[in-house]
Design a protein around this ligand. Structure first.
Ligand code: SF4
Length: 364
């Protein structure tokens, strides 16, 4: 595991924790907007390190009626089109460009999850809605994390950021980097698309309980708002620009409808997972797994820590294949086990509770 991979994972979690507490960076917090933060979300072609979904707080509470799990595109198609009165599902839902039986399966899944009502009449399945699916997503923000934003890292990132800007799937695209002793030199940003914002987070994480004196973040460059409601351009290939490269750029268009669906799918996944879902792929059941207060943000959040390695471990190395992995001893689990599990299960519950605090309760 390279030092850079270690620090990138650590940095990514710190960006998420910071964003959850402080977004937007202007400090102009609007109580009617809730920021949901998630990691590693995007499309088949592009995955962003950090995603922030700015949600209408009231509509987000209405979204909670549909349960904590994400609604995939099939379920969204059902709940968004379910009528107020009993209707045969083929009359109620838009004609799909695939067989109706898949729609019928989605209707049954929606009914099993209790988010629509169904009944059988004259051999036909009818449905009606329980609630209107709310329009809860206001803006989607994409952040690429690059703790060490050297000139060559900025150049390497510039191509990806240009893709994001041409597509316009997120309302804003940012690069988050770690503060250094020197200011960000304009030369670093020379090749950088001017539409992307640059956020600088203070200090480096040590895992100590003492808060850092350089908490917080500052904006080194403000982003431009992208045209998410307009047709976007997906760059498939572009010439390298070398003397021998005579190839043409290849691209395709992305319709506003496609973008709208993708944005909602990303928001639904962010709603389900939050950013603490790293614990699902790590080994909190290892005796060396700990949660320690972050040295930043006045230690208000907890991040994973490996007592064996005496540092923050990455999600990739914290696996059953880790040479230092040791299962938590059975007697750690003795009190309430197997109903509640050992400390590893307690860690998962703690992180799930922290995620749930961000999701308002459904109205009565
Ligand atoms: S020893 Fe390995 S498996 Fe255990 S917490 Fe550390 S990194 Fe994870």
């Amino acid at each position: 595991m390279t030092q850079s991979a270690e620090s990138e994972f650590d940095f990514e979690l710190r960006v998420c924790a910071w964003a959850e507490r402080n977004w937007p960076p202007s400090g102009a917090h609007d109580p009617d907007t809730t920021a949901l933060v998630a990691r590693q979300l995007g499309t088949k072609h592009r995955r962003w390190d950090t995603v922030i979904v700015e949600a209408d707080t009231g509509a987000l509470a209405a979204r909670a009626r549909f349960g904590p799990k994400r609604l995939d595109s099939d379920l969204l198609g059902v709940v968004r089109n379910a009528p107020a009165a009993w209707t045969w599902y083929r009359d109620a839902l838009p004609e799909p460009d695939y067989p109706w039986r898949y729609v019928r399966e989605a209707v049954h899944r929606a009914a099993d999850r209790g988010i629509v009502e169904t009944r059988q009449r004259r051999n036909r399945i009818e449905l009606r809605r329980k609630w209107v699916y709310p329009d809860w997503v206001e803006r989607v923000i994409a952040i690429e994390n690059k703790p060490d934003l050297t000139a060559s890292a900025a150049r390497a990132l510039a191509g990806q950021i240009e893709h994001d800007i041409a597509l316009g799937l997120a309302d804003e695209v940012w690069v988050a980097t770690a503060a250094t002793d020197s200011p960000i030199e304009p030369v670093l940003l020379e090749d950088f698309p001017v539409e992307a914002g640059v956020l600088v987070l203070g200090g480096s994480s040590t895992g100590d309980d003492e808060p850092s004196s350089s908490d917080g973040a500052s904006v080194a460059w403000h982003p431009r708002t992208l045209a998410v409601g307009e047709r976007g351009t997906r760059i498939l290939d572009r010439p390298t620009g070398g003397d021998h490269d005579r190839s043409a750029a290849r691209f395709e268009y992305a319709s506003p409808e496609w973008k709208g669906e993708k944005r909602l799918a990303i928001a639904e996944r962010a709603y389900e997972r939050g950013w603490r879902s790293y614990v699902d792929t790590m080994r909190p059941d290892c005796r060396h797994f700990e949660l320690r207060r972050d040295a930043h943000e006045r230690g208000r959040d907890v991040l994973p820590w490996c007592a064996a390695k005496e540092r923050r471990q990455t999600a990739a190395e914290c696996a059953g294949s880790c040479s230092s992995f040791e299962p938590e001893p059975p007697n750690w689990r003795s009190a309430a086990w197997p109903i509640e599990g050992g400390p590893g299960s307690a860690v998962k519950r703690l992180l799930a509770r922290r995620r749930d605090r961000r999701r308002p309760d459904a109205p009565e």
